[in-house]
Design a protein around this ligand. Structure first.
Ligand SMILES: Nc1ncnc2c1ncn2[C@@H]1O[C@H](COP(=O)(O)OP(=O)(O)O)[C@@H](O)[C@H]1O
Ligand SMILES: [Mg+2]
Length: 96
């Protein structure tokens, strides 16, 4: 299944690759930036005030895997990604 014909990759606001997805995912800089480490979250819950949006979600994405999160509008995809990003190390500050 193919979701895109072109893939652009940003790191700290700088474009590091742009091209056919099958080429970009093999780019050494892209692999180093995004694909060489695993991500996992366990038993995550999230709410906006009293509105519970994420309920006990655990996900592990292994190094080299590309995972697509599907769901209809308002199902919590962006909220889950915010939880994942909050659990990641901040990107390094831009050098001057
Ligand atoms: N900042 C926010 N404040 C209050 N409710 C929010 C906020 N962001 C999202 N929501 C609500 O949380 C639920 C999940 O939203 P969201 O994670 O954006 O879903 P998706 O990305 O799958 O469309 C929706 O009901 C949405 O209205
Ligand atoms: Mg969204």
């Amino acid at each position: 299944m193919s979701f895109s014909q072109r893939l652009a990759v940003l790191v700290s606001g700088k474009k590091i690759a742009d091209g056919k997805p099958e080429d970009v995912v093999r780019d050494p800089e892209v692999v180093r930036a995004y694909l060489a480490s695993s991500i996992s979250i366990e038993n995550v819950h999230a709410a906006y005030g009293a509105v519970r949006v994420i309920e006990d979600v655990s996900i592990k994405v292994n190094a080299g895997e590309t995972v697509t999160l599907l769901g209809t509008n308002g199902n919590g995809k962006s909220t889950l990604m915010k939880c994942v990003m909050a659990s990641c190390t901040r990107p390094p500050a831009a050098s001057s």
